[in-house]
Design a protein around this ligand. Sequence first.
Ligand code: ATP
Ligand code: MG
Length: 733
Amino acid sequence: MSFLDGLNKQQKEAAQCVDSHLRIIAGAGSGKTRVVTTRIAYLVEELHVLPNKILAITFTNKAAKEMKERVESMLGDIGKAVQISTIHSFCVRLLREDILEIAYPRNFTILDGDDQKSILRDAYKQMNIDVKAYSYSSMLAYISGNKTNFVDCDMAKASAGVWAAEQIKADVYAFYEKRRKEMYALDFDDLLLYTHKILKEKEDVRRKWQRRFSFIHVDEFQDVDMLQYDIIRMLVKDGSYLCVVGDPDQTIYTWRGAQVDIIMNFEKDFPDSKTVILNENYRSTQQILNGANALIKNNKNRIDKELFTERKGEHKIVHFSAMDDANEPLWVVSKIRTLAQEGISYGDIAVLYRSNYLSRGLEKCLLDFRIPYRIYGGIRFYDRAEIKDSLSYLRLLTPSNPEDPKELYKNLAIKRIINLPKRGIGNKTMELIETQAEHDDTNMYEIIKNYEIGKGKAKASLQAFVQLIEKYRAQVDKISIDQLLEQLLEESGYLHMLREDKEIERLENIKELISDISDYVEAYPEGTLQEYLQEISLYTDKEDTSQRDCVQLMTIHAAKGLEFDHVFVYNLCEGVFPSERSIAEGGAQALEEERRLAYVAFTRAKKRLFLSDSYGYSFVLDKVKTSSRFVKEIPEEYIEEVGAKPRNTFTSDTDTFNGNDFLSMHSSFETKNTQAENKPVKKGKIRKGDLVTHDVFGDGVVIKLEDKLATIAFDKKFGIRKIMIDHPALKKK
Ligand code: ATP
Ligand code: MG
């Protein structure tokens, strides 16, 4: 029995191609990733390649985790030695080992988005810049754009010419870089840039890393940018083999510099390479695959591929158009409940959306109906305030390091937590400390420790703070990191503060963090506090570790490469998806990228695909919404309409109808579609004392009204609950 038995002919050919470079180009769900994992198992098991000689680069942490699990399930414990990571984690590993080569200390910190903003905040303050004129996100995009294109601060300044705005931006860029270097910190771009620099300039180091790997794999290769490609290329030596895997129709990062030409022109850079094309989809049912194929054919700038599936399915793609944006999440949630009643577990259901902010309405609804869910990616777990605070406490404990005597990164941590809990340290005192630190060329913690600062209460509490930190610093190598954090947060009064404020959720999150750290401690008993902190900076898209069976929510970008039995694509409105910006740009490019994103979304589904949108007036878009053109591009034969609004009534080009059209649309809806799933709720004004009924909690009495929030006493089983009076699940009796 060989691992290869589970593969078809082309897949086998790809897995066994071990004497030349290899490119696999194929559509979604055709088994590209499976070929990579099987090939790794085959190399180890049948060709006796040492597992640590194999490197695989994936796109997200979640994809890396899944690939690791798959390889370990095939190879057992020796599979652990295969190097599987994202390109950023790979760079961190390389830098930890070799960054001294370019005279940078090994215990560099990694700046995340918040740390970057905090530097900008200082820059704006010092340079008197109005954040309304230069948003942080646009400034960070400007800085990143320069850095990744090798435009340094001097070049940016020179090219700013006489334009005042450009001059200001170039000055902020210079401030940012200076501050970053003083802190011995690296942002995400730097991880790639510094790695690139070392590999390029230090031949010995390059040779060393080249010798480490005989087989290098890169999944989702259609989304690599030039910098990443250069790094990968420099890891390949004579006698080692590169295997790249991708689908040009799934390129969704060109806005961040991904270049689909790289995969298309691969054989020019590697003339002795082979190309394998896979054309059977093993993931989705016929209807889903045909729908997605029809959609992507609308892109002009692509090479057509034939993809077929043998998987029959009884269900068409379902499309629902809700009458307003409150009804859309309600429909999604009611469908999820129906699926659950059919015996489907929540974990097999995913809801995907265009941008993170869209999840809120859905989250609220899921909470109301007590459906467990988990959000992957974006601004989640590690970005929550309490998590950042806890990590800041930990950062202050890191032992001093001769390579970086100043430890300026501690300033960010101090500023964050000095008054959490309240210690009565005012802004003036903080400024004084900061000035003194600049003067003494050290960090703020050292100043607090070495000087008597402030008077009375402030002075006493600064001293108490130092005592606390010193006490735990002395414990760093004596007790495990999870215990260290728990005790420190307890003794500092931080946990007490959260308990006082009844911050149950935040306390839960901290518990989660501590259990996460204990997992780390278990996996890496030798790991130091510093290594843990470096590691953690990469995990902005780390999932919550609780094991409950949860509906999975994520942006489409985060869903890349993953698959789920049942997929909802939420908020498919013109102007949201495709985004207003891509429509306004007019050109095909931005729109085609949005369509590729829709293709990625639709092809995540194995068994059932549900698409939803809502109409009604949108204040955000300032117009009446219509279904996305991406829904309309799916031929009718593959789609079942369950909403009230007939499809194709309004085309995307003529959807600027006026209020009268809008009203008539609603009235026809109300009279003709009484059976429709989103039957509108007739509402009278709710008053205190009213009898009401709720779809889930049943009958109840309104006992209090504040603004739009009603406190309602339901049956004993559900007790007293607060519900928005305009919640669609709530009706007056
Ligand atoms: P994407 O483009 O979305 O990354 P992919 O090409 O990487 O997709 P995989 O995720 O590797 O596709 O495979 C899709 C599904 O098909 C997986 O569940 C995989 O196990 C299954 N599969 C792949 N090849 C075969 C095969 N030969 N026989 C049975 N199942 C297969
Ligand atoms: Mg894949």
